[in-house]
Design a protein around this ligand. Structure first.
Ligand code: VGL
Ligand code: ZN
Length: 191
């Protein structure tokens, strides 16, 4: 049984340059994360992805009074994972934020998506697979990475944040740095 899981958070086209809610240099994490994927795959450790999976009238969109432009609408190119990241074909995907009236930043609010069904919660899936330690990378440091890391700690996982594998939105300058300090204060280790 794997003991470690790599959690790749929202590495989707809409969060990369050219996307609807682009993180500056967001695509720079792709080669970094690729190295981790290759290593975890080689070592038979678990790899999972999370995806922001919004309907077109999602509550977080500005037209609905939310803070964000429309992004990661299921079925659009912006929803898809960055095309340069190679993942094993059977890599589990966890969808979150798919209810029209609810936002979800944390991957731990995500449900396993397979065959058009959304079933198992991420924490349950990880435990069923013997995972005790998680390594978190992806986008965005100050939103979904932060929320995922804080939930991982609450769920009792030993939690590592891959420092050069995350990038933030920084709506206010320094948000990402503050988020990293907060994650560390709550018990996450930067690697
Ligand atoms: C995210 C803003 C809105 C993220 C998702 O993945 O960090 N940020 N939706
Ligand atoms: Zn979103």
């Amino acid at each position: 049984m794997p003991q470690k899981a790599l959690i790749i958070v929202d590495l989707q086209n809409d969060f990369c340059p050219g996307g609807a809610l682009a993180v500056t240099n967001g695509d720079q994490v792709v080669p970094v994360i690729q190295d981790w994927v290759n290593r975890f795959h080689h070592d038979h450790q678990l790899i999972v992805t999370t995806q922001d999976a919004h309907p077109s009238n999602h509550v977080s969109f500005q037209a609905q009074g939310g803070p964000w432009p429309p992004h990661c609408v299921v079925g659009t190119p912006g929803f898809r994972l960055h095309p340069d990241l190679w993942l094993p074909a059977d890599t589990p995907q966890f969808h979150k934020g798919f209810r029209e009236d609810q936002d979800a930043y944390s991957g731990f609010e995500g449900l396993l998506s397979e065959g058009g069904q959304r079933t198992l919660l991420l924490a349950d899936f990880l435990r069923q697979n013997g995972v005790t330690e998680v390594y978190v990378a992806g986008l965005a440091t100050d939103y979904c990475v932060r929320a995922t890391v804080l939930d991982a700690l609450k769920e009792g996982f030993k939690t590592w944040v891959i420092a050069d594998g995350v990038k933030g939105v920084d709506v206010n300058p320094g948000d990402s740095d503050r988020a990293l300090v907060e994650m560390a204060r709550r018990g996450a280790e930067l690697i």
